[in-house]
Design a protein around this ligand. Structure first.
Ligand SMILES: C[S@@+](CC[C@H](N)C(=O)[O-])C[C@H]1O[C@@H](n2cnc3c(N)ncnc32)[C@H](O)[C@@H]1O
Ligand SMILES: Nc1nc2[nH]cc(C(=O)O)c2c(=O)[nH]1
Ligand code: SF4
Ligand SMILES: [Mg+2]
Length: 181
């Protein structure tokens, strides 16, 4: 598995904001969003056992698997290994590829015209760019709906939209605000 980085921080976004979590960032993506805030191409090939050795010493048993696009590499063996080690598995995905069934929390952030192929979405987290987000929400059923300002640049516009469309909630990238990873 090509791994971009493994680090320990607080979940900065969405429903689980504030939760201490281990982050496993897998390398590579199938999309090229022009606003993407992450360098995700570089990485090191790691065996499953090496990943486990790196994530186990941290005190949290909440793991966020992100990328890049984690669905390109995420498989049943990784999920089983992390579950056996006691982890609650959250995945951050653009939704374009199916995921293993037993992910504990699916955060889907759909992009542009790309079609979402997920069976279950726990939270839909849309990077707000002034697009028709009702059309997106109508297309994809989820438990929770979040709008996230793009790089913190359009917070006022996002807040104003949510005040008028009350099924959305605000997701700030709180890790950037407080200066952690
Ligand atoms: C780097 S992506 C990796 C996971 C997956 N490829 C995806 O896009 O959902 C992690 C999260 O950051 C969001 N994101 C990326 N660039 C952003 C930006 N400039 N401002 C706000 N959120 C951003 C994505 O929409 C996604 O929810
Ligand atoms: N603290 C922190 N929280 C996050 N939630 C989702 C992230 C991501 O890049 O997927 C992220 C991230 O990069 N850092
Ligand atoms: S899908 Fe995610 S990782 Fe890929 S380019 Fe878009 S925001 Fe970045
Ligand atoms: Mg990030």
């Amino acid at each position: 598995m090509k791994v971009n980085e493994i680090f320990y921080s607080l979940q900065g976004e969405g429903y689980h904001t504030g939760t201490p979590a281990v982050f496993l960032r897998l390398s590579g993506c199938n999309l090229k969003c022009d606003f993407c805030d992450t360098e995700h191409q570089s990485g090191t090939e790691m065996a499953l056992g090496e990943i486990l050795e790196r994530v186990l010493p941290y005190p949290s048993r909440h793991i966020v698997i992100t990328g890049g696009e984690p669905s390109l590499q995420l498989n049943d063996d990784l999920v089983e290994m992390l579950h056996n080690a006691g982890f609650y598995i959250q995945v951050e995905t653009n939704g374009t590829n199916p995921l293993p069934e037993d992910i504990d929390w699916v955060t889907c952030s759909p992009k542009g015209e790309s079609v979402v192929r997920l069976k279950r979405i726990d939270e839909l987290k849309v990077v707000y760019l002034g697009q028709d987000v009702e059309e997106i929400a109508n297309r994809y059923a989820a438990m929770h709906y979040f709008l996230q300002p793009c790089s913190g640049k359009n917070i006022a516009e996002t807040v104003s939209y949510i005040l008028d469309h009350t099924h959305w909630r605000l997701s700030l990238q709180t890790h950037k605000i407080i200066g952690i990873e």
